[in-house]
Design a protein around this ligand. Structure first.
Ligand code: PLP
Length: 353
């Protein structure tokens, strides 16, 4: 085995680390540009039209990050003193610095996830506050799909969003990895990923999608919704400093990804399976079977006792991952089967001694 001598490097920390392909760079270089603050950038306008129509919404807004996209959505749906129901592990609650509370005085009502990543319908219903001066006004249900790589079942999405609608709540989807969900769902049903994306987004009043994760663009997210909602989000984006100028090169990368790099997410899912299968053969590793492109592994027993040494040892052999007792490996555009096999060999070597 040559793991000690190879210069091979495989970065499994996140699907955000991808480099634009040559074809994407060419699309970026060729993009016609204008000043998007004057709504003059043809490439940004084209992307916004493309993603809105693809996902079945009236309008869309291109934003630099998914964090800003979620913030604009939350502040477009909610006023000061309103609240949104959200999962404990949801990005727009846990991993965005509390932005909705800080900038919008919008209160989160977090709920624990069930083991499949969903929020219990009973707990959602119980968390909706009566119209009474004691309570914040419950305005929005925010779900995430995929969540930690888990695909929320379609019938669950329908039930949860129906429940929210019956109580007068708006429904937002953090679909940073919507297309991973759509591709996995399409593979399970033998249907088309774009069709499955649309079935998922049809349950929601707004959807945020990241181009900078598995889709492989360097930067950017889009928020989709009604014309009225997107007009409010546009105002928040301006306040957040997210009005960009000749951003068409970035939008062109996103358009290129939508056209050419959706179906290939299936490759990432297959590589996650390959990695999970290999890891589950190592002692002390409890592997959560991946549904999309993220593999979580819990270290137990003797493996757990060595957790502190593992990530640095992997890095010395060119394998980058995150976590401590619970490791996370993410497959993406810049990972191939040889990279996965290299990671497996380095892991096996570590646990063999
Ligand atoms: C990555 C991510 C975001 C946004 O991330 P940015 O780094 O701000 O682009 C939002 N939601 C989820 C679920 C994510 O994984």
């Amino acid at each position: 085995m040559s793991t000690h001598h190879t210069a091979q490097r495989v970065d499994l920390r996140s699907d955000t680390v991808t480099q634009p392909t040559a074809a994407m760079r060419a699309a970026m270089a060729a993009a016609p540009l204008g000043d998007d603050v004057f709504a003059d950038d043809p490439s940004v306008n084209a992307l916004q039209t493309q993603i809105a129509s693809l996902l079945g919404f009236e309008a869309a807004l291109f934003l630099p990050t998914g964090t800003q996209s979620n913030l604009c959505a939350l502040l477009a749906h909610c006023q000061r003193g309103d609240e949104y129901i959200v999962g404990q592990m949801a990005h727009c609650y846990r991993w965005e610095g509390g932005g909705a509370a800080v900038f919008g005085s919008v209160q989160p009502q977090p709920l624990n996830h069930q083991s499949d990543g969903s929020l219990s319908l009973g707990e959602i219903a119980a968390a909706i506050k009566p119209d009474d001066a004691h309570f914040a006004r419950t305005r929005l249900l925010a779900l995430e799909n995929t969540l930690g790589g888990k695909l929320l079942p379609m019938d669950y999405l329908q039930q949860a969003t129906d429940l929210a609608r019956q109580h007068g709540l708006a429904r937002h989807l953090d679909g940073a990895r919507l297309f991973n969900a759509a591709v996995a769902q399409a593979a399970a049903l033998g249907t088309d990923p774009y069709l499955e994306a649309r079935r998922i987004t049809d349950c929601f009043d707004s959807v945020s999608v990241c181009f900078s994760k598995g889709l492989g663009a360097p930067v950017g997210s889009a928020l989709c919704g009604s014309r009225e909602l997107i007009a409010r989000a546009h105002r928040v984006r301006k306040m957040a400093g997210g009005g960009m100028r000749q951003s068409g090169g970035l939008a062109a990368a996103a358009s290129h990804a939508l056209a050419h790099q959706v179906q290939r997410l299936a490759d990432d899912h297959a590589l996650a399976q390959r990695l999970a299968a290999g890891l589950s053969r190592l002692p002390g590793l409890v592997v959560e079977p991946p549904q999309t492109n993220i593999v979580f592994v819990d270290l137990e027993g003797a493996a757990r006792a060595r957790a502190g040494d593992l990530i640095p040892a992997l890095a010395r052999h060119g394998v980058l991952a995150t976590g401590l007792y619970r490791l996370r490996f993410v497959t993406h555009l810049d990972v191939d089967a040889a990279g996965v096999d290299h990671a497996l060999a380095v892991m096996a070597e570590f646990f063999a001694h």
